[in-house]
Design a protein around this ligand. Structure first.
Ligand SMILES: [Ca+2]
Ligand SMILES: [Ca+2]
Ligand SMILES: [Ca+2]
Ligand SMILES: [Ca+2]
Length: 252
């Protein structure tokens, strides 16, 4: 998959020339365009910035690769950072493993995708975990969305194909091609485990439910190819007359 090229910058004069209302509208429109905008999936997870101390004399601290580097894996297509924990995804990774710590050497599930967790101790980064979906299959693109807050990690897979809706549905179904899914992982005493499998409330083929943001007890998921013509909050989810208009789902 080739990341989108949508710019997130406008000339200063643009901002000065239009009203606040128009700016808000334009910003919402940008967030919904394209299926593979890395700026969306890798944006900060929300809430007040925890940084602000970035040195003016930046130096590179580390050069990171996957534990099972191979051609075409696309390691780094999305990244998320919280404190001394860094997560990196590789949507082109090909192992058929499921869950945490599986067989990284397998290549039988092409482009299923993987997520790698790194931690930093005393300025030194090491890989802590190798994560796969609980229902790994070829072309699922696990890792297209990433958000990390404390001990909770959420991962979007843009091409998961289950027709399930809501939380904890049937992961084995494949009747809704590229509907997308989100996986919630939690770390306890340094050990990662999958906690939830999340789908949209109106799952349908091609919706690409997979871009995530996380803050506190709230999870937000974007599906840029959802097709309802509804407007605002709580509209008709069953409509399909506005192709790829996009939708956002909030979970708590
Ligand atoms: Ca691949
Ligand atoms: Ca591989
Ligand atoms: Ca599947
Ligand atoms: Ca629909």
């Amino acid at each position: 998959m080739i990341p989108g090229q949508h710019s997130t910058r406008y000339p200063r004069l643009f901002w000065q020339a239009f009203s606040l209302l128009f700016i808000v509208t334009a910003t919402m429109g940008m967030g919904g365009c394209g299926n593979n905008n890395p700026a969306v999936s890798t944006a900060p997870s929300g809430g007040p910035p925890s940084g602000g101390s970035l040195s003016a004399s930046l130096v590179q601290q580390a050069y990171l690769k996957a534990s099972n580097t191979e051609a075409g894996d696309a390691f780094g297509i999305a990244v998320a950072l919280d404190g001394d924990t860094l997560v990196v995804s590789a949507t082109g990774e090909d192992s058929n493993a499921t869950g945490v710590g599986g067989n990284q050497a397998d290549n039988s599930a092409v482009d299923s995708g993987a997520v790698y967790v790194f931690t930093r101790t005393g300025g030194v980064w090491t890989q802590q975990a190798y994560l796969k979906a609980s229902n790994t299959e070829a072309s699922d693109g696990f890792g297209r969305g990433l958000a990390l807050r404390g001990e909770t990690l959420v991962v979007g897979a843009f091409s998961d194909d289950s027709n399930a809706t809501g939380v904890g549905g049937n992961q084995a179904d494949n009747s809704a091609s590229e509907s997308g899914a989100v996986y919630v992982f939690r770390r306890t005493a340094g050990v990662w485990a999958q906690e939830n499998y999340v789908k949209a409330s109106n799952t349908e083929a091609g919706d690409r439910f997979r871009l995530v943001a996380l803050d506190g007890d709230t999870l937000v998921v974007g599906a840029t190819s959802e097709d309802s013509n509804a407007t605002g909050v709580g509209g008709n989810q069953a409509d399909n007359s506005a192709s790829a208009s996009g939708a956002v789902y909030v979970f708590q």
